[in-house]
Design a protein around this ligand. Structure first.
Ligand code: NAD
Ligand code: IPM
Ligand code: MN
Length: 351
C-alpha cells in the first residue's frame, strides 16, 4: 500500500504531519513518500505541480494532500499559481467526485455557529462535482465592444459529466438516509437546467431514493435554518465549494471537514483517491502551531477506508477523534486552547 504525501503550503505541512503520525502509529505496513506541491514546489522547482510529483501521485494507491496557496504567488500568471496544483491533480487523475461529510461530533454542539439544538441534527454529505463547471471552462481577458477590458469564465456541464456524479450521489444516499437534494440555479442558468434534467433521469434508476431540487441561494439559507433536513447534497463544482465552507461553520469549524476526491480507477485495495481537508493554507495562522489538524486526520481515515480497504483502521481513527473532542481537547477555532501537535498527541493517545 503506497500513499503519496503532498503537504503543500502554509498550514498544509503542519496538519499533514499529524495525519501521517496517526497513519504510522497504526503500523499497517504502508509506504509513505513525500513530494512538494503548490507554492513550495514553485519555489523549489519552478512549477506548482512538478512532473515528479504528478508521477508519484499516479504511482500511488492514494494521495494525502495538505493545502496549497501562498500570498507570495498571487501575482504569478494563473498557470503557475499554487492552486493550479490541486486543480491539476483533480483533472489529470479524473477525480470527479468530491465527498465532503459534515456531522457534529458529540461535545461540539456548542462550538457551532448555530444554536446547539439546530447543530446537533447535522449529518450530511456534500457530493461536489470536481472536474467541470466554471472552474474548467474557457477563460481569459478580452476587450469588449466599448473598448473596456473584461474577464470571462465559461460555465458548462455535459450530460455524461452530470450523469457520473449523480450516480455517485444516489449510491451514497442508498447507504445513508436515502435522500438526495440536488442544488442548482436552474431558474437562471442553462448549465443548471441541463444538470436538473439529467439528475431527474438518473434518479429513475434509484426508486428508493427521495429526490428534491433546491436553488443554491435557498440551499445556503436552509443549511443555516435547518441543516438536519439534508442527507446527500448533490451539486456542481462552484456551488459545492461555497456550500461546504458554509457547512463547516454549522459543524463548528473549517478545521473539522475532511474530503475524499474519487474517480473510477481501482487499486488492489479499493478506489484510487485524493484526500484533503476542505480548508486552505491559512496564511494568517501558518507557522504558529495553531491549526486544527482534525480535518486532515479525518481525511486520512477516509483514505484508509476508500482506497486501502482498511475500514477497521479508519474506524479506530474516527473513534479516537471523537474521544479527543469529547474530552474537550479543542483547538482555538473551536473555542479551546490546544495547538496542532497537542491535538495530534491526544488522538494518538486514544488510538
Ligand atoms: P483558508 O481555508 O485557508 O482560511 C480561512 C480561515 O479559516 C482563516 O482565518 C484560517 O486561519 C482559518 N482556518 C483554515 N483552516 C484552519 C484550521 N485547520 N485550523 C484553524 N483555522 C483554520 O481560506 P483562505 O484564507 O480563503 O485561503 C488561503 C489560501 O488557501 C489561498 O491561497 C487559497 O487559494 C488557498 N486554498 C487552498 C485550498 C486547497 O488547497 N484545497 C482550499 C481553500 C483555499
Ligand atoms: C477547495 C479550494 C479549491 C477549490 C481552490 C484552492 C482551487 O477552495 O478545495 O475547496 O476551489 O476547489
Ligand atoms: Mn474551497
Amino acid at each position: 500500500m503506497k500513499i503519496a504525501v503532498l503537504p503543500g503550503d502554509g498550514i498544509g505541512p503542519e496538519v499533514t504531519r499529524e495525519a501521517v503520525r496517526v497513519i504510522e502509529a497504526l503500523d499497517l505496513g504502508i509506504e509513505l513518500s513525500e513530494a512538494p506541491v503548490g507554492g513550495a514546489a514553485y519555489k523549489a522547482k519552478g512549477h506548482p505541480l512538478p512532473p515528479e510529483t504528478l508521477a508519484l501521485a499516479q504511482a500511488s494507491d492514494a494521495i494525502l494532500f495538505g493545502a496549497v496557496g501562498d500570498p507570495d504567488c498571487d501575482a504569478l500568471e494563473r498557470h503557475l499559481r499554487p492552486e493550479q496544483a490541486i486543480l491539476g491533480l483533480r483533472k489529470a487523475l479524473t477525480l470527479f467526485a468530491n465527498l465532503r461529510p459534515a456531522r457534529v461530533f458529540a461535545g461540539l454542539e456548542g462550538a457551532s455557529a448555530l444554536r446547539p439544538e439546530i447543530a446537533a441534527a447535522i449529518d450530511l454529505v456534500i457530493v461536489r462535482e470536481l472536474n467541470g463547471d466554471v472552474y474548467f471552462g474557457e477563460k481569459g481577458f478580452r476587450t469588449n465592444a466599448a473598448g473596456e477590458r473584461e474577464g470571462y469564465d465559461v460555465m458548462s456541464y455535459s450530460t455524461s459529466e452530470v450523469e457520473r456524479i449523480a450516480h455517485i450521489a444516489f449510491r451514497t444516499a442508498m447507504a445513508r438516509r436515502r435522500r438526495v437534494c440536488s442544488v442548482d440555479k436552474a431558474n437562471v442558468l442553462e448549465t443548471s437546467q441541463l444538470w436538473r434534467d439529467v439528475v431527474i433521469e438518473v434518479a429513475k434508476g434509484y426508486p428508493e431514493v427521495a429526490l428534491e431540487h433546491m436553488y443554491v441561494d435557498n440551499a445556503a439559507m436552509q443549511l443555516v435554518r435547518n441543516p438536519g433536513h439534508f442527507d446527500v447534497v448533490l451539486t456542481g463544482n462552484l456551488f459545492g465549494d461555497i456550500l461546504s465552507d458554509q457547512a463547516s461553520m454549522c459543524v463548528g469549524s473549517i478545521g473539522m471537514l475532511a474530503s475524499a476526491s474519487l474517480g473510477e480507477r481501482q487499486t488492489a485495495y479499493g478506489t484510487f483517491g485524493l484526500y484533503e481537508p476542505i480548508h486552505g493554507s491559512a496564511p494568517d495562522i501558518a507557522g504558529k502551531g495553531l491549526a486544527n489538524p482534525m480535518a486532515t486526520i479525518l481525511s486520512a481515515a477516509m483514505l484508509l477506508r476508500h482506497s486501502l480497504g482498511q475500514a477497521a483502521a479508519a474506524d479506530r481513527i474516527e473513534a479516537a477523534v471523537a474521544r479527543t473532542l469529547a474530552d474537550g481537547i479543542l483547538g482555538r477555532d473551536l473555542g479551546g486552547t490546544a495547538g496542532t501537535t497537542e491535538i495530534g498527541d491526544a488522538v494518538l493517545a486514544r488510538l
